[in-house]
Design a binder for this molecule. Structure first.
Ligand SMILES: [Zn+2]
Ligand SMILES: [Zn+2]
Length: 78
């Protein structure tokens, strides 16, 4: 019975997290334009060329070493 109760509680917490995630504007991966989930191992760094833009790279793009283009200065980098 205890196991069932904790399982239900977990589900409620998941729903809360999902609700929060949908209300927060998620960052978008600069390489693939997909929203980055808060629990993803994404990286965020400033453009190495102009420093004015924050580049986001999702876990997938990091693994695939996809290139990104800075929307401000056009710098393309790995
Ligand atoms: Zn990506
Ligand atoms: Zn730049």
């Amino acid at each position: 019975m205890n196991a069932t109760t904790s399982f239900l509680r977990l589900n409620i917490e998941d729903a809360e997290v999902l609700k929060m995630a949908s209300s927060i504007k998620l960052p978008v991966c600069t390489s693939c334009n997909k929203p980055i989930a808060p629990f993803e191992r994404a990286v965020r760094f400033k453009c190495p060329n102009c420093g004015a833009i924050v580049i986001w790279r999702c876990e997938k793009c990091r693994k695939l070493v996809n290139t990104y283009t800075c929307p401000n200065c056009g710098f393309v980098g790995p």
